[in-house]
Design a protein around this ligand. Structure first.
Ligand code: ZN
Length: 294
């Protein structure tokens, strides 16, 4: 299998590492460019055919053959399964996933995966790179929230990320699994630093803004591209502030209110009708209280 894979492809990530992956075919075939969704499809097919898979009632986990021993896979899937049950309990009636939860969540572990992510096909698929597993930095709870609460990201980029971290942190604090990732290795401990950093200032306009990466226009699109082209510099501030502001809003309007805000193209008007305060007013209060910004 490995030999087959090596002959077939050598994958090189573009500097942005975001929307395009260049696939250099061996021999003299012209270089073909795969989008992330195309690469995901290819990984699903390859691992479904030749991967090493284990499954429980809630989870299927497939890794490249020979990457992990059976004990590691068994330990991992037990962890993922326990996490899925805890997230389901937390979400209650706010579960929103294909088949309403009747389908298992499928994890695909492959050396060609860059940043861990879910699929945009609305399938319950999660893609992980091998490093996250060998370093015990798997954002598995975060990614499972993306799969199980799809309302949070369908129209709102920042709520999607903020809510995934909010729920993952809650689950971990309740004693189930862990919530760690390379992006935010110490959770919200450095929030104040991020708030006052240049990266924080650059990312702040996206926090509370409606729209998705593919619908942002003008300045917001440029800010999002900046983050995706230099994730190391900007992603920690973006994720931490989105998470903290989500915590703040859930405290004020509960999950139902956050959902109404996330699903609206005019979140500020929705926030005002629910809470008497616009998103801008909530954001100002949040920054005063959590970023110590006057
Ligand atoms: Zn995410």
């Amino acid at each position: 299998m490995f030999k087959h894979l090596l002959i077939l492809t050598t994958l090189i990530f573009t500097s942005a590492g975001t929307s395009q992956v260049s696939m250099a075919m061996q021999q003299s075939a012209p270089a073909e460019r795969l989008t992330i969704p195309q690469l995901d499809q290819q990984i699903v097919k390859e691992l479904s055919d030749t991967g090493e898979c284990v499954s429980t009632e809630h989870i299927v986990l497939c890794a490249q053959d020979g990457t992990f021993d059976e004990d590691t896979l068994t330990t991992l899937i037990a962890r993922f399964d326990e996490g899925a049950v805890a997230i389901r309990q937390y979400l209650g009636s706010q579960i929103d996933m294909p088949g309403n939860g009747s389908q298992p969540i499928e994890f695909f572990v492959h050396s060609d995966v860059g940043v861990p992510h879910t699929t945009i096909f609305h399938e319950p698929w999660i893609f992980l790179n091998i490093d996250t597993i060998t370093h015990d930095m798997i954002p598995y709870l975060h990614e499972m929230v993306h799969v199980m609460a799809q309302w949070s990201w369908r129209t709102s980029e920042w709520v999607g990320e903020g809510f995934a971290n909010h729920v993952a942190a809650h689950v971990a604090e309740s004693g189930v699994g862990y919530h760690r990732s390379f992006v935010l290795s110490d959770g919200l401990d450095s929030l104040l630093e991020f708030c006052s950093s240049d990266a924080g200032a650059a990312m702040l306009p996206l926090v509370g803004e409606p729209g998705r990466r593919n619908t942002f226009s003008g300045e917001n699109a440029a800010i999002f591209r900046k983050m995706m082209s230099d994730r190391r510099a900007y992603a920690p501030a973006y994720y931490a502030m989105s998470w903290s502001f989500t915590d703040y809003l859930i405290d004020k309007v509960e999950i139902e209110g956050l959902r109404a805000i996330a699903e609206s193209q005019e979140p500020s008007a929705v926030a005002e009708s629910i809470s008497g305060k616009t998103i801008e007013e909530h954001k100002r209060n949040w920054r005063q209280n959590y970023c110590h910004v006057g």
